[in-house]
Design a protein around this ligand. Structure first.
Ligand SMILES: NC(=O)C1=CN([C@@H]2O[C@H](COP(=O)(O)OP(=O)(O)OC[C@H]3O[C@@H](n4cnc5c(N)ncnc54)[C@H](OP(=O)(O)O)[C@@H]3O)[C@@H](O)[C@H]2O)C=CC1
Ligand SMILES: CC(C)(CO)C(=O)C(=O)O
Length: 340
């Protein structure tokens, strides 16, 4: 195994939970994080991870972003778990501290594989699909609804050279969940984007845990329509409808129907009664969310393809109104969405 030193850049809900799994397995892992109180809490007390089954505390080395310039070593592998919109600058920040043959993996929603690739080149980039359900509301404390035994990842390179490195990275990531190495990571990421298009922002717009949001009149159908618009965009861009979450249930006569299967799996396996999506967590912390990198990507793909996607367009519009402070997130917004 040539991978020895690992950095997790972005140690919020998922970064801290995954990083703690690696540290507990004896991997040499360094956390790098921009939330100052989070770094301080981890330094003082370790990372606390609460799952439905247990609670652990793990000591890890944690650095503030401003301390990156003090690093004297270089990393063999970087897992990026900043929000998708922070990917590009985070890659530039860490680039001098990654070995010339080191790999960088965006364990994120959205098509961040292309941002990483722009900075590190195709040979050093792996794309990933991440399905881990977690939240961090308090610095240093991860509420991980799906522990490693219930978490799932896909990994893949976009060139044969990078793809060859995927099994080695997968071996490390398996400390945090099941990992599949897949041949067409861009298509796999578009499948995740399709399910994200339905669940993440719409449930945040109504300010409810995902399972409660889906029960509002018309909302489940709206989520499915959002996902189907994304699948059509993916196909239009030349991607394939491929299995994710370890579920191979694609009907060649009805590829868009895979959205129903994926959303059902998220409801059953990756959401608890209190699960607020990563987008709602951002809004609850007064932070910007990944709407442009998820629904916005469907909208821009449709623009390129000359089609329309009213459901995703409406989602982006309402999310922007909320982020500008013109509208408050709340269940009453369901009518604004489903009336589309
Ligand atoms: N949480 C979940 O259940 C799931 C999340 N994902 C994806 O995983 C990726 C990481 O998401 P997740 O771990 O949820 O994100 P978090 O917001 O919990 O953490 C990501 C980063 O957000 C920043 N951050 C978070 N809270 C604060 C705060 N209060 N003050 C300052 N900075 C803060 C930090 O840096 P920075 O701002 O630089 O990003 C942190 O490193 C995303 O792409 C997400 O879509 C995928 C599946 C499920
Ligand atoms: C698992 C879930 C619903 C948790 O927030 C999520 O954010 C995702 O599917 O990307």
């Amino acid at each position: 195994m040539s991978i020895k030193k690992i950095a997790v850049l972005g140690t919020g809900a998922n970064g801290a939970g995954i990083g703690a799994d690696l540290a507990r397995a004896g991997v040499d892992v360094t956390f790098i994080e921009q939330w100052p109180e989070n770094v301080e809490a981890i330094r003082a007390d370790g990372v606390h991870v609460k799952t439905p089954y247990d609670a652990t505390t793990t000591s890890v080395r944690a650095l503030h972003l401003c301390e990156v310039a003090t690093l004297r070593e270089q990393f063999d592998l970087v897992f990026l778990l900043v929000k998708a919109y922070d990917t590009r600058w985070a890659c530039e920040l860490i680039k001098p501290y990654v070995k010339s043959d080191g790999m960088v993996v965006g364990l994120q929603n959205g098509m961040t594989v292309d941002d990483v690739l722009d900075v590190f080149g195709p040979a050093r980039t792996l794309g990933a699909v991440i399905e881990v359900c977690a939240a961090m509301y308090v610095p240093g404390l991860v509420e991980r609804h799906t522990p490693a035994s219930e978490s799932w990842f896909a990994l893949g390179g976009v060139t044969p050279e990078a793809h060859e490195r995927a099994p080695e990275v997968a071996e490390i990531l398996r400390h945090a969940g099941a990992v599949e190495v897949v041949d067409d990571i861009r298509s796999a990421k578009w499948m995740k984007l399709a399910v994200n298009a339905g669940e993440l922002v719409p449930s945040a717009i109504v300010n409810l845990p995902l399972l409660q949001a889906a029960k509002l009149p018309g909302m489940h159908d709206f989520m499915i329509r959002a996902g189907k618009e994304a699948i059509r965009a993916a196909i239009g861009l030349g991607h394939q409808v491929v299995p994710i979450f370890g579920i191979d249930a694609i009907d060649p006569e009805d590829p868009e129907g895979f959205v129903d299967v994926m959303l059902d799996a998220v409801y059953r396996k990756w959401s608890g009664p209190e699960t607020r999506t990563t987008v709602l967590q951002d809004w609850l912390k007064n932070r910007h969310c990944e709407v442009n990198e998820v629904n916005g990507l469907v909208v821009s793909a449709n623009k390129t393809l000359g089609g329309t996607c009213p459901v995703n367009s409406r989602t982006v519009e309402i999310a922007h109104q909320i982020e500008r402070g013109e509208l408050e997130a709340g269940p009453e917004n369901a009518v604004l969405l489903v009336g589309t």
